[in-house]
Design a protein around this ligand. Structure first.
Ligand code: NZQ
Ligand code: ZN
Length: 394
């Protein structure tokens, strides 16, 4: 079958991913050996608000450290949308305790803050200087992750996201391979304790990572990338449905977990020409200012974005409607946006600010997003367009 592949459709790329993945039931039993192999003698154990203490993961990790004779200090209390002041505390602790590795145990927020601590602890520069792009990171302590919430892909990428609580800036620092975890442990059973809401927000995030490059590229058809993205997106939606039926369905949790990692490890996007992350740029101010879950922010933003600027990406959006959402003949962008809205509603992720319980300050959000677009060089996202998208998301 002939496709319209233009000569410039696939970009040159370099892809290297140094993160070792240990995937499956019971893999935490190999954590001690891996840490020993990496030469760790004392680690900073970073975690969130306590989910790992109630689902048994903390005990399993501490048992591994004890069995391998690895000392540890603790840095708990990482919040969703991790903040600079807490990361700075972690840097101070890592230095005071003289740790040689940062062990992240939790979701994307924990992994991201661990990466920030790993950077800050290895240099004299204040960690925000890196996130503000005023300094380029040169060195970092190694990070190992035990992932308990599959969504962000942080477990296998070189990205960290941190919010500055003083300025409301939420910045992504992209720095592979320095920020890639050396190893990540993915046991789907650790995700059985995720609530339906948390799983839904994870689902919207995974889909958004797959969609943004796919929808915004100027390419006509990319057989490898389109095939991978459509396949992983469908696997995400199918496993989401099975998890809603039975939250302890191991195979569904496993498919969901691996989909999350693949979606944002860079493998699916390698070679896609001319694409951007406008919906992430629009979402970051929402979760920074109103502290909502990143995935909830995305399900609010994406349909609004589609309705306002979708015309520019029409063929890709219609293809998404057909090949992922299963619409027989999506006649318009609005039809795809409607179907996506219905999907988000069906899994319990909000599709408007009202549904998320927030009354946003549109001027503030517009100013923050506009600065982010400028920084990314996406100058076609002017303030009136950004404002229009936020207004559609009310
Ligand atoms: O804090 P604890 O008690 O651990 O509870 C967490 C938190 O309340 C809970 N949780 C995690 N694992 C659980 C669990 N509850 C029950 N059982 C488990 N097994 O879930 C809540 C949310 O966790 P969080 O880590 O905040 O969620 P997520 O993984 O979605 O991470 C969101 C952060 O990652 C950033 C987002 O912007 C946001 O700051 N992102 C990072 C990216 C990256 N590094 O590549 C890309 C993404 O686009 C995203 O921007
Ligand atoms: Zn995301």
């Amino acid at each position: 079958m002939a496709h319209n592949i233009g000569v410039n459709d696939m970009n040159n790329f370099t892809y290297a991913n140094p993160t070792k993945i240990q995937f499956g039931r019971g893999v935490i039993a190999q954590l001690g050996d891996e840490l020993t192999r990496l030469g760790a003698s004392k680690v900073l154990l970073v975690y969130g608000g306590g989910s790992i203490k109630s689902n048994g993961v903390y005990d399993a990790v501490v048992a591994q450290l004890a069995a391998s004779g690895i000392a540890f200090a603790e840095h708990g209390g990482v919040q969703g949308n991790p903040v600079l002041c807490h990361a700075r505390d972690g840097v101070a602790k890592a230095r005071a305790e003289n740790v040689d590795l940062i062990l992240a145990v939790g979701g994307g927020s924990v992994v991201d803050e661990s990466k920030a601590i790993a950077l800050g602890a290895a240099s004299d520069t204040d960690v925000w200087e890196f996130f503000a792009k005023r300094e380029a990171p040169q060195t970092a302590l190694p990070v190992v992750a035990v992932l308990t919430l599959p969504a962000t892909g942080s477990e296998m990428n070189g990205i960290a996201v941190l919010s500055n609580e003083e300025t409301d800036e939420k910045n992504a620092l992209v720095c592979p391979p320095l920020l890639n975890p050396k190893a990540s442990f993915l046991d789907p059973e650790t995700t059985f304790s995720l609530s339906a809401r948390q799983t839904a927000f994870a689902c919207t995030d995974i889909l958004s990572h797959l969609m943004e490059g796919y929808l915004t590229t100027a390419a006509g058809h990319l057989p490898v990338q389109d095939g991978m993205i459509e396949g992983v997106a469908k696997a995400t939606m199918e496993s989401m449905a099975a998890i809603r039926e039975n939250p302890a369905d191991y195979d569904a949790r496993a498919a969901f977990m691996w989909s999350a990692t693949l979606a944002w490890s860079g493998i699916c996007q390698a070679g896609i020409p001319a694409w951007g992350m406008p919906c992430h740029a629009l979402e970051m101010p929402l979760s920074a200012v109103y502290d909502i879950a990143h995935g909830a922010g995305l399900s609010i933003i994406i349909p609004a974005w589609m309705r306002v600027v979708g015309a520019k990406h029409e063929p890709r959006i219609l293809r998404f409607g057909r090949c992922v959402l299963g619409l027989e003949a999506p006649g318009s962008i609005d039809a795809v946006a409607d179907a996506l809205t219905d999907y988000y509603r069906s899994i319990g992720s909000p599709v408007s600010c009202t549904e998320a319980g927030i009354e946003p300050d549109i001027d503030r959000l517009t100013a923050l997003a506009s600065a982010a677009f400028q920084q990314r060089g996406m100058t076609d996202y002017t303030e009136p367009i950004i404002r229009d998208i936020y207004l559609r998301a009310l």
